[in-house]
Design a protein around this ligand. Structure first.
Ligand SMILES: [Zn+2]
Length: 421
């Protein structure tokens, strides 16, 4: 009788094992988003942080013996969630503005009065690197407990050379000090800082001529992003910044068509951005262009909900147009949501995405939005063993049973790191 191969970990008896295969090279589109690659009574073997086998439990247990073994009876097993859009690095809070918004003030009115992003900029500039690291560690721990194993984090509350660098250095430190992988994005063009009020072009020149070269050279970011919005950065300014970033090796991303129809989706397609984010007001033409250029639409229903914008991105239309759709939290002081399960529930209820589509959008498609689809986002041989046990009988409970944490266990890089009591 052949001896069994010994591996670090085996997982067995999953009611549904959701592999979400087929999307590692290209994001899943249209009807492909409904196929979760479900294995009933599934199992997998993990060795040296990676998945080495996947299949029916009996096939796994007949071939492998785990130094550790986890039983997923009655549970759904999925890839770890990937959050492709957060503004993780900040200090302070904005609960007073939340009350102003409840009384009818708009996000842009608050920003024009020096609140919003600019309030957080003041507080983040004052904060030390250590304070920021401690803040982020606390929030990343909450994210991990809710199933997020990879997260993107933007700078953008420094808005000068010194403080933008400080925030990106915080991300670097976080990758050494805690378990969630954090992917850095430079968002120096998040708002026009007070020193450049009424002189946005001069600030754009600073971003392009001074910040981008230094940040790219020091490898502090992988992506460059811009808040392209009426009253913030124009299409022309955004194009300039992103093309310059691209020249320095920073891949373009864009906050596009969030509050107004400015043509952000079209710009993202034109310059070959990796992703366009928000897109509440994207035009049909813009969506079709995103589909054609395979730009990932990162939809952020938590922001639409928190800012009470009164509409959501047209996810159904985008899926119909074969736009690759991902979902993120947009975690920031005006949208304080660490939990991607909340975003899945909002995506289902407000944008009519199905549980399966929302799961694809928070795993493999989200991984594409931050250039990690070759490593995470699906359960396939060779990929990192970032795995969740969800305490639900089948995947259709995602978005349906909400308001509680459905995560039972989190495995990060092959190690059990969260276990519900
Ligand atoms: Zn954002």
């Amino acid at each position: 009788m052949a001896t069994k191969k010994e591996v670090d970990l085996i997982i067995k008896n999953a009611n549904e094992l959701l592999t979400i295969t087929g999307g590692s090279k290209k994001p899943l589109l249209g009807k492909q988003m409904k196929d979760l690659g479900i294995i009933k009574n599934g199992g997998l073997a993990v060795d040296k942080e990676r998945i080495v086998a996947i299949g029916k439990t009996e096939n796994i247990t007949s071939q492998f013996r785990g130094r550790e073994s986890l039983d997923a009876t009655g549970k759904v097993v999925t890839p770890g969630f990937v959050d492709p859009h957060t503004h993780l690095v900040f200090a302070g809070s904005r609960e007073d503005e939340f009350e102003m918004r409840l009384q009818g003030a708009s996000y842009m009115e608050i920003l024009r009065k020096g609140g919003g992003i600019l309030k957080t900029v003041r507080e983040t500039r004052k904060a030390s690197r250590t304070e920021l690291v401690e803040n982020c560690k606390r929030w990343l721990k909450i994210m991990l407990e809710h199933g997020t194993t990879t997260v993107e984090a933007k700078s953008g509350y420094g808005l000068n050379m010194k403080d933008e660098i400080k925030c990106l250095e915080v991300v670097k430190i976080l990758n050494e000090k805690q378990l969630v992988e954090v992917v850095p994005t430079f968002l120096g063009a998040h708002a026009v800082p007070p020193e450049y009020e009424n002189n946005a072009d001069e600030y754009v020149a600073l971003v392009i001529e001074e910040m981008i070269p230094v940040i790219a050279n020091r490898k502090l970011a992988e992506f460059c992003d811009v808040f392209c919005e009426k009253g913030v950065f124009s299409i022309e300014q955004s194009r300039k910044i992103l093309l310059n970033g691209k020249k320095h090796g920073l891949k373009p991303k864009l906050h596009a068509d969030e509050m107004t129809r400015l043509g952000g989706a079209e710009l993202a397609a034109e310059i070959g951005a990796v992703s366009a984010e928000h897109l509440l007001f994207a035009s049909d033409k813009g969506m079709k262009m995103l589909a054609e250029k395979r730009v990932i639409a990162v939809l952020l229903p938590g922001a639409a909900f928190s800012l009470m914008i009164g509409r959501y991105a047209e996810a159904r239309k985008m899926i119909e147009f074969n736009v690759p759709v991902a979902l993120g939290t947009d975690f920031n002081p005006s949208c304080w949501i660490e939990n991607l399960q909340t975003i899945i529930a909002l995506a289902c209820h407000q944008m009519k995405m199905t549980s399966a589509e929302a799961l694809v959008a928070t795993t493999i498609n989200a991984a594409h939005a931050i250039n990690r689809a070759n490593e995470v986002g699906s359960l396939e041989v060779g990929k990192k063993a970032d795995i969740l046990f969800l305490d639900i009988p089948n995947h259709k409970f995602l978005g349906y049973h909400h308001g509680v944490n459905l995560v039972d266990k989190v495995i990060k890089n092959g190690k059990l790191v969260v276990e519900s009591s």
